[in-house]
Each structure stands twice: as C-alpha cells, then as structure tokens.
Design a protein around this ligand. Structure first.
Ligand code: PLP
Length: 392
C-alpha cells in the first residue's frame, strides 16, 4: 500500500480514465439531472454517507475540487478536508467551528497576525476570549488552561520568529479534557510533518504558499479528524466558502512537484542560513541549523525536513541602513506572501509582528524575513554579500 506523500502526489486518479492526466477544470453552478427523482437521490446519498461526493450544486464543489480534496485527504491522513478560497479562510472555518460564546482560545503568541486579529479582536463581540502563550515556555501555556478553554491554536514554527515547540507536550495538555487542538502547518506542509497523525484535531495549510508554488493562486485547506466532522460540516454550510475549480486545478498542478521544490528550498536555505549566521551584524538566524540549541532539537523531533522561509535578527543602531541593505538586494523581490519559486525579503516592523506579549525588540534589533527561492544559492549568497555591507 502507498504510505509516502511523494507517491500520493504523483498518483493519477482512476476516475479520470480516457481523459487528461490532471483532472480537467470543471466549472459549474447548476448541475443538471435527468429526472427530479435523480436530484432527490443525491440528497439521500449524502444523508447515508456524508463523505459522498455531493455533486449537485457548484457551491459544494465539482469534480476538479473533489480531486484536490481527495489528494489532500490522503497526504494529511484526514477524515475530511475543506477547501477554502484563501489560507486565512481555513483558519476562520476551523476556529469558528468549535467555539461558542463564553469559550476561551489559547494561541501561540507569534501567530500569523490576521489570526491574532480574528481571535483577539473580532471574536470579542461574540464573547470569545483569546489568551496568548509564550512558544518558548510551554509551562506558560499549561498555566493558561481553564475550564473555559475550548481550543488550543498552535502555529509551528511561529510567524517571523520561527519558534519550534514541543508539539506532543502541547497535545498532552489537551488530552482527556474537552479541548480541541489546531495547528497552522503552512511552513511545513504535510510533506514535512503530519499533524493529524501526531494527534491534532485540525491541520491548516495556506495553499497559496507551497502547494501552489508559483505565487499566482490563493487557497487554503482545513484537514480534520472524525470527531470534528459534524461541527465543521455545519459551519461550512453556514459560511459558503468555496474554492474555485480553476484555482483547485492550479493547486493540484503545483502539488505534483511539492516534494521536489521543498527539497530544493531546503538545500538552498541551509546554505544561505549558514552564510548569514557568520555575518557580524547578524545576531540570530531563525532556521534550524545549529544542532546544539533547543529550537533545532524540537524541529528534528517532529519534522523530516525544513522549508524555505526563515528570519534573521540584525543588530544596528541605524534602521535606515538595514532598509538600505534590503533595497540593495537584486535577486530578492519585496512583497507579501511566500512559497513561490522566487526569493523575497521583508523588513518586519512592529505592525507585522503584531501586538505580541513576549517577543519584544529593542530599538537596535531588526527582524528580516527571507523566503529563499529556487535560484542558484551561490547567486543568492553573492547578492546578500554585496548588500549587507550597507548595514551600519
Ligand atoms: C499566508 C499565511 C496564512 C494565510 O494564507 P492566505 O492564503 O494568504 O490567506 C495563514 N497562516 C500562515 C502561517 C501564513 O503564512
């Protein structure tokens, strides 16, 4: 039997015999049936088996989105996968499926800042409280659990500061209590770690990043365990989020090379990270390369590899010279998002870091986020070498 993600990604659906290798784009709103009785039949099929492909209206999906859903179910080892129009849509769907007024959510302090906005600000009006824990101190998380805690939302590694946490320890806190667990696994994807097998109830990936891989499509996936099925199914009905068949097609095409691209992102990023770690102005490299530190051990314990998104902390009293360094880069573009074939560089100011409780930067510390693309790593290193001289 097939167990390897690599093989799943290359499998061709037997449903698509006598057609193209990749499932074609099928666009539809109305699906037509021969008789009215046939329409009723799809409804009773769904009642009998809620996992059956409910191909009776475009909002529920077409054969294109079902093919992608099937593939992701296999690589996540999930009971069901929900496809959303953006990665953040998957975060939203997962969170609102489990919480009720009066509940509390505990979240990684360095979480992706829109997730922080959703939980800390937006959900307040539904009387849902968000509490943030220090990803470098899980005793802090344990202390924050109350009898109102409904969900522990983990992002691993955390956005911009890339803390790797002891995931099994977190899961042990939730065990035997009525607490659900979710992880934002956009950095690792199920190619490097399978959260549901570890014990998480929900695994969220922004398909915009490595799944698509070409910076030209947006999407998200929420993979769940069976025990959440009823709740997520209900929310999905209520919110009407749907991934378009065209985007599903592009994401499926991207997935065929997910393994190959990630292997190369890793090779390149290790080289760049090693180079950066030797630079005088660089105080810290946020990437698992230093074997003796705790972050490395936690990465090694759970991940089969690493991806291409990393950070560096630069020390300089002169912020403008750090900005000048980034502007002088010729092979790194400046822009949001990541996960494409190209290299990117951003200066992470206070806004990007969000309203954090734990990672406070002093005025001479600066966080740079780099996405290391699929270019020749020697070219990337030479580019950084000429530009980093600007840092004063
Ligand atoms: C980008 C990102 C998201 C959101 O994905 P979009 O597709 O941009 O909506 C969620 N979590 C993390 C960690 C991300 O980097």
């Amino acid at each position: 039997m097939v167990n390897s993600v690599k093989t799943f990604l290359k499998q061709v659906g037997k449903d698509y015999q006598n057609q193209s290798v990749n499932p074609p784009v099928v666009r539809a709103s109305t699906i037509i049936f021969k008789t009215l009785q046939d329409i009723k039949k799809t409804q009773s099929n769904y009642k009998k088996n809620p996992l059956s492909k409910n191909f009776d209206y475009g909002r529920k999906g077409t054969s294109t989105t079902f093919a992608l859903q099937e593939l992701l179910r296999k690589i996540e080892n999930a009971y069901q996968v929900y496809l959303t129009p953006t990665g953040f849509g998957a975060v939203f769907l997962g969170v609102i499926s489990v919480v009720r007024p009066g509940d509390e959510i505990i979240i990684t302090d360095s979480v992706y800042s829109p997730t922080r906005f959703l939980t800390e600000d937006y959900l307040k009006k539904f009387n849902i409280k968000a509490v943030f824990y220090d990803p470098k101190n899980l005793d802090d998380l344990k202390k924050k659990i109350t009898n109102k805690t409904k969900l522990i939302f983990v992002e691993n590694p955390g956005s911009n500061t890339f803390e790797f946490q002891d995931l099994k320890k977190i899961l042990s806190f939730a065990k035997n209590k009525n607490i659900y667990t979710a992880i934002d696994n956009t950095w690792g994807t199920p190619y490097l770690i399978k959260p549901l097998d570890l014990g998480f109830d929900m695994s969220i990936v922004s398909a915009t990043k490595y799944y698509s891989g070409h910076s030209d499509v947006m999407g998200g996936s929420l993979a769940i365990k069976k025990r959440l099925f009823k709740q997520v199914e209900l929310s999905q009905k209520a919110v009407g989020l749907r991934l378009s068949p065209d985007d599903a097609y592009l994401i499926m095409r991207g997935l065929r090379t997910l393994d190959i691209r990630l292997d190369k992102h890793q090779d390149n990023t290790i080289k760049v990270a090693n180079f950066l770690s030797k630079q005088k102005k660089v105080k810290e490299v946020f990437y698992p390369i230093k074997k003796n530190i705790k972050q490395y051990k936690m990465w090694k314990k759970y991940y089969s590899g690493s991806s291409g998104l990393m950070g560096v902390k630069i020390i300089s009293k002169n912020k403008n010279s750090v900005i000048k360094f980034l502007n002088k880069l010729k092979l790194f573009a400046h822009g949001y998002s990541w996960g494409g074939f190209e290299s990117l560089a951003l200066y992470q100011d206070k806004l990007a870091l969000g309203n954090r409780s734990y990672t406070k930067l002093s005025n001479n510390e600066h966080i740079i986020r780099l996405h290391i693309g699929l270019e020749d790593p020697n070219d990337l290193i030479a580019d950084i070498k000429q530009a980093i001289k600007s840092v004063r």
